[in-house]
Design a protein around this ligand. Sequence first.
Ligand code: NDP
Length: 471
Amino acid sequence: MSEKTDALVLFGATGDLAKRALYPALDQLQRRGRLGIPVIGVARSQWDDDELRQFARKAIEEFGPEGLDEQVFAGLSKSLSYIRGEYDSEDTYNRLREKLKGAQHPLAYLAVPPSIFDDVIRGLEHAGLASNGRVIVEKPFGRDLESARKLNRCLLRAFEEDDVFRMDHFMGKESVLDLLVFRFDNLILEPLWNRHYIKSVQITLAEDFGVQGRGAFYEEVGALRDVVQNHLMELVMLVAMEPPAASHQRALRDEKVKLLRAMRSFDPACAVRGQYEGYREEKRVAPDSDVETFFAVKTFIDNWRWSGVPFYLRAGKRMAATLTEVLVEFQRPPAPLFRDASLPRPHPNQFLFRLKPDEGMSLTVQIKESGNRLVSAPVELQYSYDENREALEETAYERLIGDALEGDPALFARSDAIEEAWQVVMPPLEAPPPLHPYEVGSWGPKKADELIDGGWHNRVPTPADGGAARL
Ligand code: NDP
């Protein structure tokens, strides 16, 4: 089914996600003429239509990337209405069905805690609102393989796979999509992009801040579940998957699943867990917490393209910098040009994809050093994305909600991919390696250095690099 969505229902319309991300994204879609359908908020709070509109107005004023434009908001406001009801009450869904009369393909956005998903899906199903409908659910998609399977069963009981949109805003980010385009629209890469030429791949997602008052949330999650199972795995897929054979959305999702199936499950002996000093003193964190705020792993992909190439992944909080990057290191030339052992060895070629901040990429190559000596020295060929593009670009939520409204699931995870990704990360969750404390502002525990030959790529972007985090 790829007919356009003709009504949007926001469950949890009074919540934090709705405020920070959904109303601002809907306002952007309205601004670009891509909405134009009724938007019905559903929640338990004793609100009416006007209170919902006020809430949306404030949310856009505070979080909208372009602020509030009265004319645009007037259009959005007109389409907004509210149903007050319990999520497990038949009456709520009967009233919703009345409001949705005439809508052929309503889209339900579950912006509610995961514990309520089951009630909402059952309510939609019993009211007959699921059979032609679509649904968006937010990450986390389970907290282990078992719970992910349960969530998938619950969703697929009521909806078709292509009508389930598992929202992870990371997958809608411009810089993540850059990687996809760069890999598959540049033929020169393809002959080199394999085990014969690539020595290793490093992926880092570092944050220089801590849990920012969300200790209770983080205690349930930890770094592996929070960002490795989803964001880092997504980057591995984009770097390593085979070219999708067709532009059909199915091809992209098929290739991702094939790659995940070839990935070796994380070996706890090749994984390092860390916790920043002072984490246990954070609010709503257990004084003896064993939750990791840093996770690093060395892993492999057992297919023809990547066999034997180590993939080093790491993510952590309160690290030396906030950045996301992918470093692809090539083999050194088989023999140096100058056989004089006193000369420095040529630096290996490296592609560095900077996803955040200072979005762009560089390729390190060797050139002849200036002067009399016939010696080579590394230089970086640099490309930086237009610094104005933040103002021009869609936010990830706008892009992804827009895709869901059009019924295009390409940038949303499919149920088999979710389960395969959990399969890969389960061993260190089931048998957690020891926890190593690390200093705030460092690159994580020293133990992580033992995983990697040649060391991690520890880059600290300068303040001029800019690039604030965006939803
Ligand atoms: P909230 O805790 O703000 O809950 C959203 C709404 O759900 C609330 O306004 C409330 O509405 C209703 N609700 C909350 N708790 C309960 C409960 N125990 N029983 C019944 N209803 C409840 O959640 P968020 O908006 O932060 O998150 C929504 C979803 O999005 C979650 O699945 C979350 O994991 C995910 N998410 C959130 C992000 C964020 O930035 N906030 C980022 C990424 C994902 P009312 O009482 O009016 O019914």
